[in-house]
Write a protein that binds this ligand. Structure first.
Ligand SMILES: Cc1cc2nc3c(=O)[nH]c(=O)nc-3n(C[C@H](O)[C@H](O)[C@H](O)COP(=O)(O)O)c2cc1C
Length: 282
């Protein structure tokens, strides 16, 4: 086996298998892999930036001649064709709804683990894979976060600071309804998922939104419903008490919040959405 010229480089190329098709160098994001014109085999460019381990060279090699150090046993072969129709996808996207009525039934941990195991394949900037999930699994902990948010909102109302928040005008109604037993914060969801990251990870916010969207979209396939909880995310940003109730690792901040559980109701029609607003510069 030929190993790469840079000893800390993760890719190795097996020349005895390689068919010199050049696909690995074509798909390499930063041209880390180039073709050696003399030997006809791929090599690691001496001027290459660090490999970001996206794995495309390995994935696109038709003869498995490339190897990513550390990925042993963690890659799997791909069927010739992924059998999802355009109609399936359209149905999935159009039928997804924000769920605000949940069954009083917990989601087995294995089901959530299955979801995380799929969404970890979501794209991330520079393949940094910065997204981490905090599962608020116990329903009473979800409710504690809700009541901490209500306390925070009540304080904002008392201090007449509603204008500081885009949705501040809804705080009096939300707190009023809470007192009546109607939860407009966590909507009775059994679980809350929070993505978190260290604040200096400047790609983390986007990566978290993508991963959360993936989870949101595939959840119905597992008979689950979700609801983004921007209000929880906002409260965590502005209230140390709410942040503390999330119990995130030290020096990390929440990026997104998603309620999850089994829906108590089903929709019968697809609500109207604006036509796609698209400009074509041709
Ligand atoms: C970033 C974001 C934040 C949201 N925050 C909340 C929230 O705090 N509470 C809530 O009930 N719904 C929240 N939603 C859900 C939206 O209200 C919902 O997506 C929108 O009304 C469209 O309905 P649909 O998701 O069923 O298509 C949020 C959605 C997004 C994308």
């Amino acid at each position: 086996m030929k190993t790469s010229p840079e000893k800390d480089h993760p890719i190795s190329i097996r020349e005895e298998i390689c068919i010199s098709c050049g696909v690995c160098s074509t798909v390499c994001m930063f041209s880390v892999i180039i073709m050696n014109e003399e030997t006809g085999f791929p090599v690691i460019s001496p001027h290459a930036p660090p490999c970001n381990r996206c794995g495309h060279c390995v994935a696109y090699c038709p003869v498995s001649a490339l190897h990513m150090q550390g990925d042993e046993g963690n890659t799997s072969s791909l069927p010739d064709r992924v059998m999802i129709t355009q109609k399936d996808i359209r149905d999935l996207v159009l039928s997804r709804r924000s769920v605000r009525q949940y069954q009083k039934k917990k989601v087995p941990r294995e089901v959530l683990e299955n979801l995380f195991d799929i969404v970890r394949y979501a794209p991330s900037a520079m393949n940094l894979q910065t997204v981490s999930w905090q599962v608020i699994y116990e329903t009473e902990d979800v409710r504690t976060i809700g009541s901490t948010i209500i306390s925070w909102m009540s304080r904002i109302i008392d201090e007449q600071r509603l204008q500081e928040f885009v949705i501040g005008s809804s705080f009096p109604y939300i707190t009023h309804e809470w007192k009546k037993g109607r939860d407009l914060i966590t909507h009775g969801a059994p679980h809350l998922l929070i993505t978190y990251a260290r604040p200096e990870g400047y790609t983390a916010a986007t990566d978290a939104v993508i991963a959360t969207s993936y989870l949101d979209l595939i959840a119905p396939v597992f008979h689950l419903g979700t609801c983004w909880a921007g209000v929880i995310r906002l409260a965590a940003e502005r209230s140390p008490e709410v942040l503390a109730a999330m119990d995130l690792p030290l020096d990390t901040l929440p990026q997104t919040a998603l309620l999850i559980g089994y829906p108590a109701l089903r929709p019968y029609t697809i609500p109207y959405r604006k036509p796609a607003f698209v400009r074509w510069k041709v």
